[in-house]
Design a binder for this molecule. Sequence first.
Ligand SMILES: *Cc1c(COP(=O)(O)O)cnc(C)c1O
Length: 501
Amino acid sequence: MNYNSTRNKSAVVSASQAIAQGISDEGGLFVPQQLPKYTEEDIKALAAMDYRGRAKKIMSDFLSDFSEEEINESVEAAYTAEKFGSDNPAPISYIESGDTAMSVLELWHGPTCAFKDMALQILPHLLTKSVAKTYNGKQAVILVATSGDTGKAALEGFCDVDGTKIMVFYPVNGVSPMQKRQMASQKGNNVSVVAIEGNFDDAQTGVKKIFTNNEIKSKLEKNNMLFSSANSINWGRLLPQIVYYFSAYCDMVNEGKLSLGDKINVCVPTGNFGNILASFYAMTMGLPIAKFICASNSNNVLTEFIQTGTYDRQRQFYTTISPSMDILVSSNLERLLYHLTDGDDKKVSEWMNSLSAEGKYTVDDDVKARIQSLFFGGFCDDENTQKTIRELYENENYLADTHTAVAVNVYQQYAEKTGDKTPTVIASTASPYKFSKSVLSAITDEKLSDDEFTLVDELSKKTKTAVPAPLAALKSAEVRFTKECAVDDMPAVVLESLHIG
Ligand SMILES: *Cc1c(COP(=O)(O)O)cnc(C)c1O
C-alpha cells in the first residue's frame, strides 16, 4: 500500500517514507491510497485475538514495506502489561444507568496517563525502522509542538531511542502544572524541552515553518540528520489509533454488549482531529459506526465548521480547563476533506491556502452535506465541563478528567437532541489525576491547596481511587528543563541544540 499527499496526488510514497518524512514536501499530509476492507468475518477473527494480535493484523495491512517480524517487534515492545497496567491497554468502563448506554474507552493507562501513549509508545519503533529503510544511517530529529500531552508522551516514547533526538515546544501558559512538571523532569540524553511565548497554534506554526525551511533542512542534511514529526499529522501516529476502535468493538462483542454487526456511535473530545479521524478510517474499513460525535470546548471552531461548512480560525482563543483541546487549527481535518472530496488535491490545497492566507475557507455544499450526514458537532464550556464531572461522580461513581467530561456532555446534548439510543463509545483521553485541580474543584466545595501534589493526594483520599504510579513519582523528580523562547527564535534554538548553528 502506498500513500499520497493531500495537496499533491502525484506525490506517491511508501509507508516507511510517509512515516520517516512526517509531512509531504509541499506541506500536505500523507494518506493511504486505498484502505483495507474488513468483513464481519474479519472482525470476528479480530475478536478472538488479544490487543496485540489485533494491532499486528491491522498495522500489517497498512505497512506493506515492513516485514512481519518488524511489525511484531514494534507491537510487542509498545503494548506491554508493564507499561499499560494489563494486557488490554484500552479497557472499557460501562455507564448504563440512564436510558443511554455509554461505553467509556479508557485510553490513558499508559506511562504518561494520556491517550497519546497509545500511539507514541509504538511510533518510535515504527519511525526508526522507517528511517533505516529510507534514509539509512541518518539521525532522526523529532520536533514536537504540544498543548501538553503529546510532548510528554513523545518524550517518554523516544527517550534514549538510538538514532533519534527529540525537541519539544510547549506554550508557556498553555499547559497544566502537572503537564509542565512531567515534561520539565523528563529523563534521557537525547531530549530537550522549551517553553515558547505564545499559544499552541503559535508553537505548531513555528514547528511547521522549521520543517519546510530549506536553509535549515540543508544544514541538517550536511550533518547526516533528518527532521521528522511525532505530531498527530504523522501517519505513524494515526495508524495505531485505528486499532483501538476495532479493539473496543471486539471487546464489546466479547462482553455481550453488542452482537457482531450492530452499529455504534463514537464520541471524541477533539483537538487536532487525529483521534476522531482514526475512527473515521475504522468505519471506512468496515467497522459499523453510524455517527461521529465531535466534542469541543469553548474553542468551538469545529462545531461551527460541522454546522456551517465554514472553517474560520479568526476568533478569540480561550485557555480552558481542557487544555489539550485548546486548538484553533485542527490539522488532521485536511485528511478528512481529502477523503470526502474523493481525493481532490486541488480543492484541498485551495482551502488550506485560503486558511493560511485569509484565516478561513468554506467547503462545497456536497462536502458539507457529507460531513453533516456523518458528524455531529457540539461544544461545552468550562462551567458545564465541571458540572458534568460532578454529575458523573455523584450519580455514576465515575471519575472523569476534563477532556472526557467535555465528550460526555456533548454526547448528552446529542442524545437529547436526536433521541438516538445507539450504544456509544466515548473516548476517555486522560487520567483525572492529570488535571487534579479542575477535577477536585468540580466535586468538592472546599477550599483547595495551591500545591499540585497536595491536590493529587486529596483527590485520591476523597474518591478512594489510586494515584497512577508515574504521576506519584513526579513529586520527587528533578526539574531539568527551564528554557523559554520567543516564537521567532525557535529556528535558532533548534540549530543551537543540535550544535549545528
Ligand atoms: C491530544 C488530546 C486530545 C485531542 O486529541 P486529537 O487527536 O488532537 O483530536 C484530547 N484529550 C486529551 C487528553 C489529549 O491529550
